[in-house]
Design a protein around this ligand. Structure first.
Ligand code: MG
Length: 349
């Protein structure tokens, strides 16, 4: 939880780096700052963005221990409330629209209409993915997969009612669960492809806008199939075939090839893809993880939230320069939520 906030604040840099389309430019500016070791992440230059505020809403909602309908109502309530803390945090247009349509407390008030523009074509869809790692921390066990599917899809489509959006939430929740129980990232993508038909079964059985969801369903899985095939990971066994992509410009070009509308990491399908690519290629090196998963052209706070959070599940804080987490905005809330989720999931601290 804390490192997901670190990835957000670093990738955001008060809006300066989130909206920078050039990885090489970001790396020039990073060098001028003295590198990662010289940075202290704290406001006003380094606040957390909408990603962390909404991730906290998910985490603190799950940490109540509620289940079923009451949990979905609680999450809807917290997403609406979170929009009151967005000054200087640049929330996405789909999150703003979605939360304006929620009616928490009313019967099924956590549902909004299908949103055909929430594809990445015409609207950012990463907003559901960036707030979902905590779902995997709450439901890490294999036998909890049906709950993880339901909660990630329903919480995701509270604002992003389009498969390209809410399947991003499913992907990140699943990666969180797999990471929490020690599965290596080489397996995560193949597991996602295995889970997608189960996710469809859930969407169909829930009976909400089934036809519209069906018509838009295939893009996400097709994109992931292509990516995993390119890395030799369709079967989920390593070693992955990773291109070196040693320069920021090379990485920007590859990430652009996965993106919609020329904005890498802005969509539900490619933000978790950039994050997984960074995890696979960085080999446990924090600086390399940041270079690949946070400090690139595009929606770098969202990919950073996901990549750094997943990295933390494996590596913890030990090799992270202390200036990054020490003064992070909302660090205490992130840590407390993580402890409560861990207690609920594993029954101990
Ligand atoms: Mg953001």
């Amino acid at each position: 939880m804390v490192l997901s906030g670190v990835g957000d604040a670093l990738g955001y840099r008060g809006g300066r780096w989130e909206y920078c389309t050039s990885g090489p430019q970001i790396h020039v500016e990073l060098a001028e700052l003295g590198g990662l070791e010289a940075i202290t992440l704290e406001p006003p230059e380094w606040p957390v963005s909408d990603d962390t505020i909404l991730h906290l809403a998910t985490a603190e909602g799950l940490a109540t221990g509620l289940e079923g309908e009451p949990l979905l109502q609680e999450l809807a309530h917290r997403y609406v409330a979170a929009m009151g803390d967005m000054e200087g945090r640049k929330p996405g247009p789909t999150s703003i629209l979605g939360t304006s349509q929620l009616r928490p407390g009313e019967p099924e008030g956590y549902r909004i209409p299908f949103n055909p523009t929430a594809t990445g074509w015409g609207g950012a869809t990463v907003g559901a993915a960036m707030r979902s790692l905590a779902i995997g921390l709450r439901y890490p066990h294999a036998w909890e997969l049906p709950t993880l599917i339901r909660v990630s899809i329903e919480s995701g489509r509270m604002t992003h009612h389009h498969p390209t959006g809410y399947l991003g939430a499913l992907a990140v929740a699943l990666f969180g669960a797999l990471g929490a129980r020690g599965e290596p990232p080489e397996r995560w993508g193949a597991e996602l492809l295995r889970v997608l038909p189960l996710a469809w079964d859930y969407v169909e059985s829930a009976g909400v806008a089934v036809g519209e969801n069906a018509a838009a369903w295939s893009f996400f899985g097709d994109a992931w199939h292509r990516y995993l095939e390119s890395r030799g990971l369709l079967e989920g066994c390593g070693p992955p075939q990773m291109p070196s992509l040693s320069s920021p410009a090379e990485r920007d070009a590859v990430y652009l090839g996965w993106a919609l509308e020329g904005w890498p990491g802005r969509s539900g399908h490619d933000a978790p893809m950039v994050a997984l690519e960074a995890l696979l290629a960085s080999g446990g090196c924090w600086e390399d993880l940041c270079n690949r998963g946070v400090l690139h052209g595009g929606d770098s706070d969202s990919t950073g939230t996901i990549a750094a959070g997943c990295w933390g599940l494996q590596e913890g804080l030990a090799s992270v320069p202390p200036g990054l987490p020490c003064c992070l905005e909302h660090r205490g809330r992130l840590r407390d939520a993580a402890h409560r989720l861990h207690m609920l999931a594993w029954g101990r601290h």
